[in-house]
Design a protein around this ligand. Structure first.
Ligand code: PEP
Ligand code: MN
Length: 354
């Protein structure tokens, strides 16, 4: 990773470093940070001569050669200073709340617009709405591109940014073209490395934040961080970890609740964590407790399925969605837990307990 003295290299300087690394069989990948560009060396960057030649350039500050399977996502990476702002919220400064339908019902767009207005009133910063849906059964409703129009209309009506899941390159292209503000990669595709790389490439220039769910089949924390690395290594550092429960070992919850991974992720990586209580526990009445626990553990935000009339919804909404009035009360208590957590952190009590 090449750290330049100025935040951005000129075209001529970039061409020069590309030429040098090219002589050693490497390439440069530009990663668009909020305050500076990162120039990653792709390929074997161990060549002493190559590094020395780069260090000899007047505009190069240093060359980091970190041995890690996720050198960009690593806490020690230069990217750890990268900050993200979504819906007016700087991640880490106050809790980010994303809320809305699991699935937009194209035959009842009015309910979605009502939910969008209600979650805004409740204090959410981003509206979620499933356009294309990954369903266990091929006979279940798969979503429709028509719902992309409804998602954009909800943005128009509320002025809030919107998020939707994409599952393949065609959907990705449509969502990027439609300037969807934030993209979700779901649990099923969290291990789809070619898609993750393509997401990184296509979202790099607009810098669209990508919420990467934890795969239901991911065990080691490193596997989750390395999946995010695919997106960042292909140009977009705006990646957010989203634990959402893994394979269940309890028979009461939909998935195995994993809000406790937040501090583990933060020990190793710098990216924010936005927890999904809805898919983790899978039942609306457990969502508030899971949300508060996640914030206590260190999550930077929550993505919560919410619906004005859950029983009339489709997809997960009838069983998982909370109502906007519950969301509003929950957001107030999320702020209370956030303040408690900040107090513990400020006093250093968390580390003293170790
Ligand atoms: C969803 O957010 O509705 C969804 C399908 O999520 P996951 O990929 O976590 O199951
Ligand atoms: Mn869902």
């Amino acid at each position: 990773m090449i750290i330049s003295k100025a935040p951005v290299l000129t075209d001529k300087q970039l061409a020069e470093i590309e030429q040098i690394v090219g002589e050693f069989g490497c390439k440069i990948q530009v990663i668009h940070g909020a305050h500076r560009q990162i120039y990653a060396i792709i390929g074997d960057e161990r060549s002493e001569t190559m590094v020395n030649r780069l260090l000899g350039l007047s505009y190069v500050d240093r060359v980091d050669r970190m041995e890690s399977i996720y050198k960009f996502m690593d806490r020690r990476s230069d990217l750890s200073r990268h900050r993200m702002k979504i819906g007016g919220v700087e991640l880490g400064q106050e809790p980010l709340v994303i809320a809305g339908h699991c699935t937009i019902d194209p035959d009842n767009s009015a309910a979605f617009f009502e939910t969008a207005a209600a979650v805004k009133e409740a204090g959410a910063h981003v509206i979620r709405g499933g356009v294309w849906k990954p369903r266990t059964s091929p006979h279940s409703f798969q979503g429709t591109v028509r719902s992309l129009g409804f998602l954009l209309e909800a943005r128009e009506r509320t002025g809030l940014p919107v998020i939707a899941e994409v599952m393949d390159e065609a959907q990705l292209r449509l969502a990027v073209e439609a300037e969807v503000d934030m993209l979700q990669i779901g649990t099923r595709n969290a291990l789809n490395y070619t898609l993750l790389a393509e997401v990184g490439r296509q979202t790099a220039e607009p810098g669209i934040p990508v919420l990467l769910k934890r795969s239901r089949h991911m065990g080691p924390i490193d596997e989750f961080i390395a999946a995010a690395e695919y997106i960042v290594a292909n140009g977009n550092p705006n990646v957010i970890f989203c634990p959402r429960g893994t394979m269940p070992m309890l028979d009461g919850y939909r998935n195995h609740p994993d809000e406790a991974v937040a501090p583990l992720l933060k020990e190793k990586s710098w990216a924010p964590v936005v927890f999904d209580p809805s898919h983790s526990v899978g039942r609306a009445n457990y969502v508030p407790a899971a949300s508060l626990a996640a914030i206590a553990y260190g999550a930077d935000g929550l993505i919560i399925e919410t619906h004005v009339d859950p029983i009339s919804g489709i997809g997960d909404d009838p069983k998982q969605s909370i109502k906007p009035k519950v969301l509003k009360a929950l957001i107030a208590d999320v702020r209370v837990v956030w303040a408690l957590r900040s107090r513990w952190q400020a006093n250093g009590n968390s580390s003293d307990a170790a």
